[in-house]
Every structure is written in C-alpha cells, then in structure tokens.
Design a protein around this ligand. Structure first.
Ligand code: ARG
Length: 267
C-alpha cells in the first residue's frame, strides 16, 4: 500500500466511525438548528442553586432551567441538561463541538466571553459577595491578610478576587475550587477564612443551611447573566430572546423569579 492509500484508508475509517454515532441533528419547523431532534440540549455546570441544581429526586431544577424550559416549549421540544465543567461552557468549546445547543449556567456576560459566545439578552443582575463563618465577620478583603480565601474556578468572582489581591497587593492566599459545592464545603469546614461567589448563591446556601455562614461584604460588580449559543447561531439566539421577552411581558418571568430567587428588588 502506498502512503497515500494508507492515509486515504484512515480517512475513510474515520468517516465510517464518525457516522457510527447516528447523526440526529435536526432543524425545527421555524428553522432553528438542534443537535438532537426533539430536544433543546443545555450545557450547565452543577451545582449552582438557585439557578441549577438537583432536587431530592435527582432532577435538575432552578431559575435557569425554568427559563430555558420556556425556550424549549416555544420550539416544541423538551430540554435535556448536560452537566459539564464551567471552563468548556465559557470558552465556547462545548457549543462549538456540538455538546449542546445552549449554555445556561448563571453565566455572567463579559467582553472576553462575547468573543467566543453569542449571548442572548441579559436575564438576571448579580453582584459578588464574601461569605465567612458566622461570628468571624470581616467587612473587607484586607482583613483576610495572612488567610486563605476561596473562589470557584474560572468564574467572574475568582477574576475579581485575583484582581483585588494583585492591585492592592494583599497578602491573601487564593484557593480555587472546581465547583460551588467544593467551595461551600471548604468554607463550612473552616479550610478557608472566606469565600467569594455570586450573591444569590450565598443567599440560597444560607437559606438551606442556616447559621453556618453569613454574607459579610458585597462587591458591586454590576454583572448580568446571559444564556449563550454557538457563535453565529442566529436562529436559536432569536428564539431565546423571543421566549425571554414573552416571559417578561406575560408575567412568567416574575413568577419564576419569585419561585427561585424571592421577592424582586424594587427597580
Ligand atoms: N456568574 C459567574 C460567572 O459567570 C459564576 C457562574 C458559575 N456557574 C455555574 N453554573 N457553575 O463566572
């Protein structure tokens, strides 16, 4: 066999195995491409209550889940949720490789992420907050000098902390955890003196575990969450935006907000 033939054989073999997994991608009647017929596949990173987490039966529920369910209903399909590390979500890798159609992960819209993802209209406003063990309240990051401060890997909270530590030359050891559960566990078991994450997730944690930790400081980072699609997927982006706009006008958004977040702050 010549070298060329071998290369060709390899390419053919690859093509055959590539087809082995049945291609079930489809386009809805309204022209929205989906990676799997009948489903709107969502990438998220669990747990991130109240936006997405498993309930006692193992079902993934939350604010984001309820909103994306509206998009799925509009498309006449059902939402399927894939739990995957945040890094692949925010880098666009998961959407680009066809792991999912949409990313819904309490994800903040940032200029850097906008380069690799197409964000739908903002659906939630958030800030960062410092949580500490009850009774050990500190009001500023400065007071954590000589101590360990936990963050969640790849998040805007981590970026914020690292920037503060660098700019203010703070003597703080920043410890990065792979997900929210690991960060909260570390704080609850005194492995770190404080932890920074989005305010609503601390509020939710404190509701579920009263007395353990308190929010002792807030940082007004003025963040907005956005659902994201693969760059260039204008059809799905439009469907997401339309579903959000409908939910905002027909009261569904407020209902979901009340169910998962609580009373809406006065505008
Ligand atoms: N809002 C933060 C960010 O975008 C944290 C999001 C983490 N989300 C998650 N599902 N793990 O960086």
């Amino acid at each position: 066999m010549s070298k060329k033939t071998i290369v060709l054989a390899a390419v053919v073999a690859l093509a055959i195995t590539g087809c082995a997994k049945e291609d079930t991608s489809t386009t809805t009647e309204s022209g929205v491409p989906l990676i799997e017929a009948g489903s709107l596949t969502t990438c998220t990173h669990l747990p991130y209550a109240p936006f997405q987490s498993k309930d006692s039966s193992g079902k993934v529920v939350g604010f984001d889940v309820a909103l994306i369910d509206l998009v799925a209903a509009k498309l006449g399909v059902t939402q399927e949720i894939v739990d995957t590390p945040f890094e692949g979500i925010k880098s666009g890798a998961d959407l680009n490789s066809g792991k999912c159609d949409v990313a819904a992960a309490g994800m903040t819209i940032t200029d850097e992420r906008k380069k690799v993802l197409d964000f739908a209209d903002p659906y939630f406003d958030a800030t960062q907050a410092l949580a500490v063990q009850t009774g050990k309240e500190v009001k500023t990051l400065e007071e954590l000098a000589g101590k360990k401060l936990g963050t969640q890997g790849g998040t805007t909270g981590e970026d914020y902390v690292k920037k503060q530590v660098e700019e203010k030359k703070l003597d703080i050891e920043v410890v990065s955890y792979k997900d929210l559960a690991a960060l909260q566990q570390a704080l609850a078991t005194n492995q770190i003196a404080g932890a920074v994450n989005d305010l609503p997730v601390w509020n939710e944690y404190i509701k579920a575990n009263p007395g353990k930790v308190v929010v002792s400081a807030g940082f007004d980072t003025g963040e907005q969450y956005g659902f994201a699609v693969k760059k260039g997927n204008a059809e799905l982006l439009k469907a997401v935006n339309e579903a959000l706009a409908t939910a905002r006008s027909d009261g569904k958004y407020d209902e979901i907000y009340k169910q998962w977040i609580g009373e809406k702050p006065a505008a």
